[in-house]
Design a protein around this ligand. Structure first.
Ligand code: ZN
Ligand code: ZN
Length: 143
């Protein structure tokens, strides 16, 4: 696989991703709509595969799942880049729009579709979950 790179709007935070995403989903939860003004494409990655350069500020909120979710932002331009959950420290969420090549990601599912605005264009060819997605499959065992 190729290593992916990305950055925030101003470039003060950059990152590399050294593993294929475990999941790629467009999220329509209300939190994502507040963060992005729209649905967002999130990829789930193993924590150890994500290498971050730059300073991040954090905001923690209890999600609809009941878990504390911490979101991380560039301290300079405020771009939302990453998320993490207290209960699943082995995973990080990366906002795919910050990748240098967002087209390298193929989303599979619209999640929290029940809270999408009426004007949202949800691809009918993709899977759809009204609320939370099924948990990710365990990562493949190295050969
Ligand atoms: Zn920035
Ligand atoms: Zn969301």
């Amino acid at each position: 696989m190729t290593e992916r790179t990305g950055r925030c709007l101003c470039g003060a935070v950059s990152f590399t991703l050294a593993a294929e995403p475990l999941a790629a989903r467009i999220c329509w939860c209300r939190d994502c709509q507040h963060l992005a003004g729209n649905g967002t494409l999130n990829i789930l990655v193993p924590t150890e595969a994500l290498n971050i350069l730059g300073n991040l500020s954090e905001h923690t909120k209890t999600a609809d799942s009941g878990n504390a979710v911490t979101r991380q932002f560039c301290t300079v331009c405020g771009t939302h880049l990453f998320g993490k959950s207290d209960t699943r420290p082995q995973f990080r969420v990366v906002r795919a729009g910050n990748l240098d090549n967002p087209s390298s990601i193929q989303p599979s599912t619209n999640i929290w579709a029940d809270s999408a605005p009426v004007w949202a264009c949800l691809d009918p060819a993709m899977e759809r979950a009204g609320k939370a997605p099924a948990p990710p499959a365990p990562p493949p065992v190295a050969q």
